[in-house]
Design a protein around this ligand. Structure first.
Ligand code: HEC
Length: 380
């Protein structure tokens, strides 16, 4: 007689997918719940015949994705707000559109990796890597070309004789009784075996040591070490030479670059208007150049034709028209001074527009003014 306690399952093998689907429906209808089907490849319709509930992987994946996106956003928030706030292009520290790609990637990563690990642990009971079906002729057959059903002895309605009779009535090719291998059952999971872990450690240490030695000692050549070894301040390092600790000092106030004359009428609009003369002739090229620069730098506020009709929709106060009597009477030097140093809330453009271009703009403003208030002879 067989000892019921040692039986893991009763298994039967079939020759074709049709037979297995038929047999599975009967097993299911007979009321068995703890059984499994093994086929060499995914057989369509099997899950319907087994009446399997919808998989719960989606719920797991959703939770892991949620963990991923929360971790990513938390980490980024902590870095950008507390640990290392950096001004990037004047944007706010917590600038969420920039976080989207990274958070998305982390979400996918967490979902994929955690789902895989957790499912292996939950369903395959890792680290227990042995299973009674392993190493049986049944498993060899179903991983080759047979289709099998295994009804486990833990099934509530399992009765050795009755179940065997029932399975035989399905006309299987073979019927096999699978016993627990008690020795294996009492054995600790093999991955925790001390010898195995020691072997892993030895392999890890040896291969890292060999790689390190080969790449960093044996094959390493230092090409130009004088630049690597020289005394220097690396970015964000403190300099011990200067009292304020900054390595790259600002030039002393009043420093003048070689070959460069500083603007002599700083803060003196009246003098600028009086003494400065436009060095350019109003040729076609000069006016074209002035037009291009005017449209780039001035038109956003002053409008394309100088009427003070800004395109900024109230983000900056509208300037007065450039066709006023005051402006038409102002000499070139005065306008040049306003472009150079600004006036009240209008900023100076000395750092953005070269001196020549500033003079060219003045010529172009004259063109606009004359087009707006033509003289008698212009109309002839
Ligand atoms: C950011 C907007 C802005 C830009 C760009 C700008 N301006 Fe102005 N501009 C103003 C404002 C505002 C005023 C009036 C300032 C004031 O209150 O005196 C002004 C005044 C002037 C005046 C004096 C007008 C007057 O009646 O007193 C001149 C001339 C002038 N701008 C020329 C230019 C030129 C040339 C450029 C291009 C290089 C330029 N501006 C670019 C906003 C701008």
């Amino acid at each position: 007689m067989v000892n019921d306690k040692n039986i893991f399952a009763l298994t039967v093998l079939f020759n074709s997918p049709n037979e297995i689907i038929d047999a599975v429906s009967k097993v299911r209808d007979a009321g068995y719940t703890r059984y499994d089907v093994h086929t060499p490849y995914p057989v369509h319709g099997l899950e319907k015949a087994m009446k399997l509930p919808t998989t719960k992987i989606g719920i797991f994946a959703f939770i892991f994705g949620l963990i991923g996106v929360i971790s990513a956003v938390t980490l980024i928030t902590w870095i950008t707000l507390y640990e290392y706030p950096l001004v990037i292009g004047g944007k706010p520290f917590w600038s969420w559109p920039a976080f989207v790609p990274v958070s998305f990637e982390i979400t996918v990563l967490f979902t994929a990796v955690l789902s895989t690990i957790v499912l292996i642990v939950l369903y395959f009971k890792f680290p227990n890597i042995s299973h009674p079906l392993h190493d049986t002729s049944y498993m060899k057959a179903v991983s080759s070309d047979k289709y099998g059903i295994a009804i486990e002895a833990t099934d509530p309605i399992f009765d050795f004789e009755k179940t065997k009779e029932f399975l035989e009535s399905l006309n299987p090719q073979t019927l096999e009784i699978i016993y627990y291998n008690l020795e294996e059952l009492n054995h600790k999971p093999k991955v925790y075996d001390l010898k195995f872990i020691l072997l892993l450690i030895v392999i890890g240490l040896t291969s890292s040591a060999v790689t390190y030695f080969t790449l960093n000692k044996l094959m390493f050549m230092q090409p130009f070490n004088w630049m690597m070894l020289q005394e220097k301040i690396k970015s964000q390092e403190k300099s011990s030479i200067f009292s304020n600790g900054i390595g790259m000092q600002k030039p002393v106030t009043g420093t003048v670059a070689r070959g460069f004359m500083p603007y002599p009428y700083s803060g003196q609009p009246a003098e600028a208007e009086k003494y400065l003369l436009n060095p350019l002739l109003p040729t076609k090229e000069v006016i074209e150049r002035g037009k291009s620069k005017y449209l780039t730098f001035c038109s956003p506020c002053h409008g394309n034709f100088g009427h003070g009709d800004s395109r900024l929709r109230g983000q900056f106060p509208n300037p007065p028209t450039l066709h006023s009597d005051k402006m038409r009477a102002m000499k070139d030097g005065g306008i040049y001074h306003i472009i150079t140093e600004g006036q009240n809330i209008m900023p100076g453009y000395a750092s953005q527009i070269s001196r020549e271009d500033r003079w060219a703009i003045v010529h172009y403003i004259r063109v606009l003014q004359r087009a707006h208030n033509p003289k008698e002879e212009d109309l002839k």
